[in-house]
Design a protein around this ligand. Sequence first.
Ligand SMILES: Nc1ncnc2c1ncn2[C@@H]1O[C@H](COP(=O)(O)OP(=O)(O)OP(=O)(O)O)[C@@H](O)[C@H]1O
Length: 243
Amino acid sequence: MSLLEIEGLRARYGRVEVLHAVDLRVEEGSIVALLGANGAGKSTLLRAICRAVDTSGSCRFAGMDLDGRSTATVARLGIGHVPEGRGTFTDFSVEENLRIGAISRTSFRSRSAVQTDLDLIYETFPVLREFRRRPAAALSGGQAQMLAVARALLARPRLLLVDEPSLGLAPLTARDLFERLSGLRDAWELTILLAEQNAKLSLAIADRAVLLSRGRVVHDGPSGDLATVDAIHADYLGGGAGR
Ligand SMILES: Nc1ncnc2c1ncn2[C@@H]1O[C@H](COP(=O)(O)OP(=O)(O)OP(=O)(O)O)[C@@H](O)[C@H]1O
């Protein structure tokens, strides 16, 4: 059984369908890159998994049917979402943002477990420790992206959905962030579904790549395969982002 099993998933905004019968499997412990040009449907697919958009079709997480569940329930079941644009509370301090991430679990996990995870976050992202009393608004783009990922981790998700983390980052900053993301898999026993336009960065850390084009999966294969690289080139040159 895969951790995430999606079959025939459709999603729409109002009357416009933007995902058309998408099939996708994500194995536990893997990193899967969800690639595609602007408007391909990557963000919508992540929102559909979180039940934040009108969907039909089958979506199962750890064997549980997500149909009819609320976004909050999906989060409690163990799916963390780092949305495009980060979604941190800019007036709050870095540490307040992190503690907000842990709220969903404080009822059943002790405060010391949260503190242990905070320490682990600060080991992984030392700059967040350094700036923990600063407002999130004062962080650079790369630091803000680290905070967004870190905040999602504090809910202890099994599956982390990360939307376009490289957006707006300088190339070196983006590479550093992706290397950290890759390291999180082991340290946090995570499975990661990474929606990205930047194919090169994503393929460097992913086990598998799924290519979306106009709301359909047009390729699904190991990230190191030539067929995968060819499919991405063809799609991006054909009408895509060309990065
Ligand atoms: N809130 C919305 N209301 C209506 N249409 C939307 C909405 N969000 C996205 N869309 C449309 O859905 C389609 C898929 O968009 P989506 O944002 O999922 O693509 P994407 O692959 O994530 O693109 P990008 O890389 O630019 O973020 C696009 O045609 C887009 O215009």
